[in-house]
Write a new protein. Sequence first.
Length: 208
Amino acid sequence: MSSRELKNFIPKMHQNVLDNPRISTAAGDPMTEVKATVDQVTSIVKDPSYKSAPAEHRATLRQLIASHFDFADMARSALGSHWKDLSDEQKNEFTQLFTQLMEASYMGKIESYTNQQVNFLQEISDSPGYSQVNTTITQEGKEPITVNYRLKQEDGSWKVYDVIIDGISLVANYRNQFSRVINTRGYDALIQDIRAKVGQIGGGSSSQ
């Protein structure tokens, strides 16, 4: 998994995570929550029954990630100054599509998991209610990849609102791409592009 591939990191909210006993929702410090999430994702993907029941396991993964990522906040940030130009209906539409994009991208990447080692390095407090957890992913024969999670505290739990991969912000990266499309081709063209990308990635992951 390359740093470019990791920029397509993450997923979507559907069902109440409390309905699934495999998903832990216990609040803790940022490091503990990130480590627990990564460990649970790894456990699900490495389950021998994953390939025989992919739909069931993907549903579990969606619930797990949705409980730890703030995709609504990420969607707003990814649109930047263009967010204020949208109607309420368009904002809802974009948030749903952006979440689907994250979900499809994440599913496609984690299903290609090949026993990379995740190293949890340190937790840095940015300001009250905000923190960053730094990790690296090591792969045999390849340079380590840095993956740093930026989190904020909400209702007693920590939610990821950005991921920094090899020094590049996931949200800022999408913001640059989306802004370029809107400025040159318009918002409707961006929506069409995202729908096509979701279909492309989702179709590819479902065949694995």
